[in-house]
Ligand binder design. Sequence first.
Ligand code: HEC
Length: 206
Amino acid sequence: MLNKLINFSCQLIIPVIAIGSLSFSATVMANNGWNPVIPYNPPGVVLNLKKKNIGLVRTGSYLVNAIGNCNSCHVAPTKTTPPSSSVYSSGDPFKGEVAVIDFARYLGGGRIFGAIAAKPATATTPEVIAFKGYTADNLRPDISGKPAGLTKDEFINVMRTGKDPHDATRIIQVMPWPVYQNLSTTDLKAMYEYFRALPTASPLTP
Ligand code: HEC
């Protein structure tokens, strides 16, 4: 009976170990389709899972890509004139097409919100920018591996309080942090771990 039990548990454990070592030994994973390890990661977004907490990356990917909609504002605009802020490299979901996230521009930052152009009264001078607007930051890791150049505590703090991590006197605008502030600390840590798994992209705007 005991033998049978041991045998049975071995049959269970060995496949679990095999699956575990497969996912943990994968350093760079190309996702050409929604994959079972990080199921909510968009196809085309490549992750580096080395020394990452896979469970947190999975939850983080879900929060960022299935709920948070971070890329719609933090996508790097194209250099075309006028710049496009479509998040897709091909396909348009609103036309019923299969859309692919533009990985080169994914969360790369640089979109400007609320800029105001003003014409001075003296009409001969060119148009000036009256207000330069708010630029969505690059959320991909810098060369030291920190997403948006922020430590985990700095990231959690800005998501919770909206306080600009680079200027304590101001509160960041546009960004829906008053909604995100309700996320649990574990969820915010998961988002941070997911961003950590993204490759650095510099310069980010193609
Ligand atoms: C509606 C557009 C919008 C959405 C959606 C959005 N952001 Fe932002 N975010 C911004 C803008 C704009 C700024 C800069 C605002 C400013 O400086 O006043 C910003 C700033 C930030 C910063 C501060 C970075 C720094 O170094 O100062 C972080 C962190 C951040 N966003 C994370 C996120 C995350 C994570 C998500 C998704 C869960 C997200 N944002 C979704 C527009 C957005």
